[in-house]
Design a protein around this ligand. Sequence first.
Ligand code: DC
Length: 227
Amino acid sequence: MNKQNTIVVAVDGPSASGKSTVSRRTAAAVGWIYVDSGALYRGVTWKCLKEGIDVKDAQAVTNLLIKMNFQLTCNGEAVGYLIDGEDPGMEIRGEAVRAHVADIAAQQPVRVFIVDKLRQMTKFGNLVMEGRDIGTVVFPDSPFKYYLDADPAERARRRHAELAQREGNSDVTKVLDALKARDQKDSNRATSPLQIALGAKIINSTGMTIEQVVDTIVGDLKAAGLA
Ligand code: DC
């Protein structure tokens, strides 16, 4: 499929709004490729930490972007990447990366670098891409833009359950506080803040099942004759 005909479903929203699960399942339902754009910001953060670079030192971070080899990969179901030949794997989900990624995502050169990588992904085929600025900045012309939200308490409950499963211990009050702090940072940063894209369909998933949200998006694709 050539670049012109490629379709991107853009799914934006705050953390723990259900974007990942919904986007992954939507992609699987229609046989398109899933993209977790946050994983790229996490990858750059991981590389900085690995190289001992201060994530707040914009010049050092920019030098790293110029120097490193960031290669996209695709297994037919999802897009991944290698940084200087290495796959960071689950390390990008750890506490160290989590604590610093918002500082990395706030830097304009990082965003320019990653937006370019995200746009290149259309070479792999039709995409379901989740993030914070996919409908506003990366693919603003997409006819399929969604803003997924859920009440903060519900998002904290979901994230808490996820962390408890992965890391064994988690405190729901701390999770809610961290979530609100990250929302605040993501929504108020000067560069590409989290916003509802023009023409995006807003879905508040608080009282909805994952299947209902997926069905809403797949239904739109079916109505357009794409699924
Ligand atoms: O979705 P996530 O939690 O993996 O995102 C990690 C960080 O990257 C978070 O601080 C928001 C930021 N991000 C962004 O600024 N733009 C995106 N398109 C995706 C993520």
